[in-house]
Write a protein that binds this ligand. Structure first.
Ligand SMILES: Cc1cc2nc3c(=O)[nH]c(=O)nc-3n(C[C@H](O)[C@H](O)[C@H](O)COP(=O)(O)OP(=O)(O)OC[C@H]3O[C@@H](n4cnc5c(N)ncnc54)[C@H](O)[C@@H]3O)c2cc1C
Length: 403
């Protein structure tokens, strides 16, 4: 009982100060995690997170909560492996129940090309000590007996899959609230309802921000605004290799827990899981146009449902409860963009696209180190914004939940 009373789970309101050592724009997972590790690991506590809406209003509160490390390049495997490990211990670290639920992820192959790609994924993961194994059709049936192995009457027969047993789902609100509350316990200010409207510069360096609540001076500023990064980049007069696309998802009503896998298909551009609340959750690829629109569309739901039913025919009997959409900051190579920018003392954590939820702990830890020490940690060095100029793109098609 005493423990329960001691633990702060509601956000305090702090008076906004005219100066902070660090200002972080955006109260999503990436901004809040960086604030937490600045205070916890580096003792930098004079930190403000400025969120224009409510914390978790962006992608962090809208995602499909899949955490995995079965990536396809050495740089991204190392990064997501670290983040996946941190996720498994996050509840204890933040003293907050993250409802981490082991699921195991199956990446289905319906064609010879996908068989080759999923075999390659398993081999590369194993080379970097990430547990992914290739299964033939019989192995897939054993791991997930509900699948229609004919893929809708022979349309998309399931020939094999890459199986990532440690893949899990977790509670996205808990990640936001856990980091926010733990940061506040360490002295960080989390301000909701304050929008950053300008980046202040002096002599070619960033010296603070202007906001709807007035100007704030800062030693360093970090942008972690998800799909809205182009607006902030414009304020800072820098260019970033990011465009924003909508990503939709939807859930059915709650049903008895009966499906304990995440199933993804690159050929069908679809993934399916059952949430801890019993809702069947269906996600797919980004909409093929740039937009900040948050609207869900019937064509998306109809087309994704048809593909999902080909894999799991029982879904046809379920009733859809709600749909939602988020803005995704897409990079050209599907890898994140983290680090310094052309503007001194102005840092970015972006390019999180459709894959950034699982990256929150490792990104927060690494960005905090960069902000506190000025040195780029080796784990995120490959993800610098100017890599495209040097032909150092990290082409990572496994970022999308459907590749
Ligand atoms: C439908 C969907 C499903 C997804 N599924 C997964 C998944 O299963 N696994 C996975 O790893 N990733 C997934 N993602 C991606 C993931 O959600 C995002 O990459 C991640 O949450 C981005 O976090 P963030 O902190 O960078 O940004 P956000 O969480 O978007 O936070 C940015 C915050 O900045 C605020 N802001 C914007 N502009 C300003 C301003 N000028 N001043 C102050 N505040 C501002 C916004 O209000 C917002 O709260 C999914 C995304 C969507 C939309």
């Amino acid at each position: 009982m005493i423990g329960l009373l001691r633990k702060q789970v509601h956000l305090r309101t702090n008076d906004l100060k005219p100066h902070y050592d660090v200002v972080i724009i955006g109260g999503g997972g990436h901004g809040l995690a960086a604030a937490y590790y600045l205070a916890r690991v580096h003792g930098v506590r004079d930190v403000a997170v400025l969120e224009r809406s409510y914390i978790g209003a962006g992608g962090t509160g809208r995602n499909t909560t899949i955490v995995r490390s079965n990536y396809k390049t050495p740089e991204t495997i190392a990064f997501y492996k670290k983040s996946h490990q941190m996720f498994l211990e996050l509840g204890q670290e933040l003293d907050y129940n993250m409802l981490v639920t082991p699921r195991g992820l199956l990446w289905l192959a319906h064609s010879d090309n996908q068989l080759r790609l999923q075999r390659e994924r398993a081999a590369l993961n194993q080379a970097f000590d990430v547990e992914t194994v290739f299964l033939d059709a019989a192995g897939v049936r054993e791991v997930c007996p509900q699948l229609d192995m004919t893929g809708g009457g022979g349309k998309h027969p399931i020939l094999g899959a890459a199986w990532h047993p440690k893949g899990c789902i977790t509670r996205h609100d808990a990640v936001v609230w856990g980091y926010a509350a733990a940061s506040q316990r360490l002295g960080v200010h989390v301000h909701q309802g304050i929008e950053v409207t300008g980046i202040s510069t002096e002599g070619g360096r960033c010296v603070g921000v202007t906001t709807t609540a007035g100007p704030i001076a800062a030693g360093v500023v970090m942008s972690a605004v998800g799909g809205y990064v182009s607006n902030v980049a414009r304020m800072a007069k820098i260019r970033l290799p990011i465009i924003t696309h909508p990503l939709q998802a939807y859930v059915t009503e709650s049903y008895k827990p009966a499906f304990d896998r995440v199933v993804a298909s690159a050929d069908l551009h679809i993934y399916i899981s059952q949430s801890a609340r019993g809702e069947f959750l269906i996600g797919a690829e980004i909409d093929p146009y740039t937009s900040y629109a948050n609207a869900s569309t019937w064509p998306f739901i109809a087309s994704a449902s048809a593909r999902a039913i080909d894999l799991l025919p029982f879904l046809a009997k379920l009733r859809i409860l709600r749909a939602w959409t988020g803005a995704c900051d897409m990079s050209p190579d599907y890898s994140p963009v983290m680090g310094t920018t052309e503007l001194k003392n102005f840092y970015v954590s972006t390019g999180w696209g459709t894959w950034g939820f699982k990256a929150i702990p490792a990104s927060g830890l690494s960005m905090a180190e960069l902000l506190a020490t000025g040195k780029v940690p080796a784990l995120i060095a490959p993800f610098r914004a100017d890599r495209f100029r040097d032909d150092r793109a990290i082409s990572e098609r496994a970022s999308a939940g459907t590749h």
